[in-house]
Design a protein around this ligand. Structure first.
Ligand SMILES: C[S@@+](CC[C@H](N)C(=O)[O-])C[C@H]1O[C@@H](n2cnc3c(N)ncnc32)[C@H](O)[C@@H]1O
Length: 365
């Protein structure tokens, strides 16, 4: 990969922000683990700005917002964005249409009743059109296209890769290495036994976590029962696992799961899809769910990415037409939010040319 500059670990001194629950009552002792840290941290190029010029309250951003607000133009943009997604993927040998057909013509529909919580109340932002789907993530079409869409995203991040699979494994490998490095540095030997993947979608990030931590119990949680049905369906098509993945249909802002019951909470490519208030709630909920010494790992678009800062106006207009919360995402200081919630050892690393992985720990008492 050609994009190497100096390492971008942004270590931040532990601070003690407003914790959402007292931790002093829980005492944990951990024993040393034998695993070693990944040899090197990747380094990718940052832009000169704190965030892309088109994010937040800028004249450019206001023009884009006005275009998107104008419904007839929005419909054209939305249609255009969808065509661009599909044709770009097909050109890069991601068989989008075939992959969609395979899911849509399968038995996946039978899985929905088993994973769905019919009493779940969806947050308002989740009921809006999204990613060029009128029903957002609450549809079979979105669920059937989630895998090719993820593969395209990986190839955009690692365009030098020879295939989408290779791009995905580089992107996910760097993310997992950042988690491992943070864990070895700060967890003082606490083992990762229970993992929660919030916003697991159709289970791609969950599967990477399971394969990296085969002895852990892994839970994938998502708001879309359609995505969870695909995740479960894919699991039924492979040999049974020693620790089967548990799928939970819930809001990551308020999961209903027990406090201090996880060692790692992951949010992979979730928060750019959420308004700021939801992101803050997701971070608070992760803090509540983690044991002392446990860690959060949030991977998503990096505001400092040179690639994203250099995007053309046409591309960012298309992007914004399908991602309604990008302005809120880029203007939230995520690291500061995590510290305020109570996380310590907050670190941020560009783990590929477009994405950062931000990690933090719950203080080990
Ligand atoms: C881009 S997908 C994540 C992909 C997946 N983690 C991966 O890395 O392949 C974002 C997911 O977040 C989910 N999501 C958004 N808001 C959520 C919330 N408040 N609680 C749970 N899931 C949420 C969406 O349903 C969607 O499946």
């Amino acid at each position: 990969m050609a994009l190497h500059v100096s390492p971008k670990w942004l270590a931040v001194e532990p601070t003690h922000g407003t914790q959402t629950r007292p931790r002093s009552a829980v005492r944990v002792r951990c024993t040393a683990q034998s695993s070693s840290a990944p040899a090197t941290s990747p380094s990718y190029e940052e832009g000169e700005l704190e965030r892309p010029r088109w994010a937040g309250e800028t004249p450019l951003s206001r023009i884009v917002a006005a275009i998107i607000e104008f419904k007839p133009l929005y419909s054209i943009l939305k249609f255009g964005a969808r065509q661009v997604f599909i044709s770009t993927a097909q050109k890069k040998e991601i068989p989008w249409v075939e992959m969609r057909k395979q899911i849509m013509s399968s038995d996946v529909y039978k899985e929905k009743a088993a994973v769905e919580d019919p009493s779940l109340v969806y947050p308002d932002y989740y009921l809006k059109p999204f990613h060029a789907y009128d029903e957002g993530n609450l549809s079979w079409l979105a669920a059937a296209e989630a895998e090719p869409a993820t593969m395209s995203m990986a190839l955009r991040a690692i365009p030098e890769a020879s295939s989408a699979e290779e791009a995905n494994s580089v992107m996910r490998g760097n993310w997992l290495d950042a988690i491992k490095r943070h864990h070895l540095q700060f967890a003082k030997g606490c083992e990762i036994k229970d993992i929660l993947d919030i916003g697991c979608s159709i289970g791609i990030s969950t599967t990477f976590l399971v394969e990296k931590y085969p002895s852990a119990k892994v839970t994938g949680l998502d708001l879309s029962p359609y995505f969870l049905a695909v995740a479960q369906y894919k699991e039924t098509r492979r040999p049974p696992r020693k620790n089967p993945i548990r799928w939970v249909h819930a809001n990551g802002e308020s999961t209903g799961l027990s406090s201090a019951s996880f060692d790692l909470v992951s949010l992979a490519y979730v928060i750019h899809e959420c308004p700021q208030r939801a992101t803050i709630n997701l971070v608070k909920e992760a803090f509540r769910l983690l044991r002392p010494g446990g860690m959060i790992a949030i991977t998503d678009n990096s505001p400092k990415s040179k690639k994203l800062q250099d995007l053309s106006p046409v591309l960012f207009t298309l992007m914004k037409s399908t991602e309604p919360f990008l302005d809120e995402y880029y203007t939230l200081n995520l690291e500061e939010t995590m510290r305020r919630v109570g996380f310590v050892n907050v670190q941020s690393l560009l783990t590929d040319p477009r994405h950062r992985t931000v990690t933090g720990t719950v203080l080990l008492s």
